[in-house]
Ligand binder design. Structure first.
Ligand SMILES: C[S@@+](CC[C@H](N)C(=O)[O-])C[C@H]1O[C@@H](n2cnc3c(N)ncnc32)[C@H](O)[C@@H]1O
Length: 329
């Protein structure tokens, strides 16, 4: 592994620490995944473990020339922090270098290869963070990442209680309801073979794979229903959404994929004209959003507004019009 890391997280971000709980974590070597982030004390569910600005801001980053230009614009200290991160450039990157820069990968200078590799291994779509880049992947993550535009920071929340000494994991892919045959090719982009409990081919891994197959089928049915509206009846869709939520809970998928199931359940209750039951699911969705992203996130505030609306409908202060229904789609 190509990165040197600090084991004092409070010193590793260039911006001053804000309201987060980075004092509860440390960065250290793992047996087989390079550096990783570990809890030094118990971390309760919903804790905002990290709230941190981008070290390098770059959306997309398909063009390697843009990555190099962005790295060149960093201050000397930020560039050193950036280049200390773990680099890995997948084969597709080498083609992009040829296409955009007109050079073979091997013809680039070493720092250019590192700068591009760091982007590929650590980019969170909006750019690269410093300390969060040390968090490894699991298909059953215990931490949820979200960019919060209201505070211009990436936030990392514990989605379940994390024990002292436990490693923190996020998911690098949106693969909660996907089979290993879908997940691993995506993870090849980071150059490792996932060994988490969902990926290990033992009895537990097989049980999880069978559960994820059921989840995938329900997820796809609900997605088609949402787009075309003719896959099933509203009551079948409600049943599918609640079944999917149950499977996600059983599988330990506690990130925003679970929130989508609660949202769907609320929506189909409304389609069935049951605003009371819709409120219960919307409240579950809100509680779960608070755990994953916090109530200062605009998406959480939008769910809170929908909960209020359902309360008004329940109290006879508002009517469920076609326009209001749109808010639940
Ligand atoms: C964002 S970095 C995570 C921190 C990294 N381990 C380090 O040392 O800085 C991504 C890289 O970590 C490694 N990695 C992440 N999750 C892993 C896992 N579940 N198993 C093995 N390696 C993993 C891979 O080398 C990957 O390219």
């Amino acid at each position: 592994m190509g990165a040197a890391g600090t084991n004092d997280p409070s010193q590793s971000d260039s911006a001053p620490p804000t309201a987060d709980a980075r004092h509860l974590i440390t960065v250290k070597d793992t047996p087989s995944s390079g550096l990783g982030v570990f809890a030094t004390s118990p971390i309760p569910r919903a804790t905002r473990i990290l709230s941190t600005p981008l070290l390098l801001s770059l959306n997309g980053g398909e063009n390697p020339a843009e990555i190099l230009a962005a790295v060149n614009k960093l201050s000397a200290a930020d560039r050193a922090a950036y280049l200390a991160l773990h680099p890995f450039a997948p084969p597709v990157r080498k083609d992009l270098v040829k296409r955009h820069i007109g050079k073979r990968w091997e013809a680039l200078e070493q720092w250019e290869r590192d700068a591009i590799g760091v982007y590929d291994a650590n980019s969170f779509e909006v750019g690269v963070y410093d300390l969060p880049s040390r968090i490894n992947h699991s298909c059953i993550p215990n931490v949820h990442y979200e960019y919060n535009p209201a505070i211009e920071r990436g936030t990392f929340h514990a989605v379940r209680d994390i024990a002292e000494g436990e490693e923190l994991f996020i998911s690098y892919i949106n693969g909660g309801s996907r089979l290993k045959s879908w997940r691993q090719p995506k993870l090849d982009m980071w150059g490792f073979v996932c060994q988490c409990a969902a990926c290990t081919p033992d009895a537990e891994g097989k049980k999880r794979e069978a559960r994820r197959k059921q989840m995938f089928e329900l997820d796809q049915k609900l997605a088609r229903q949402s787009v075309y509206g003719n896959e099933m009846t509203a009551s079948q869709a409600l049943k599918a959404a609640t079944q999917l939520a149950g499977l996600q809970v059983a599988e330990g998928i506690a990130n925003r994929e679970l929130r989508t199931s609660y949202h769907d359940a609320a929506r189909y209750c409304l389609e069935l004209g049951n605003a009371k039951l819709a409120l219960l699911w919307a409240e579950k969705e809100y509680a779960h959003e608070k755990v994953c992203v916090g109530d200062d996130h605009p998406i959480c505030q939008a769910v809170a507004a929908r909960v209020d609306l359902l309360k008004d409908i329940g109290a006879g202060k508002a009517e469920l019009t076609k326009e209001l229904m749109e808010c639940f789609h």
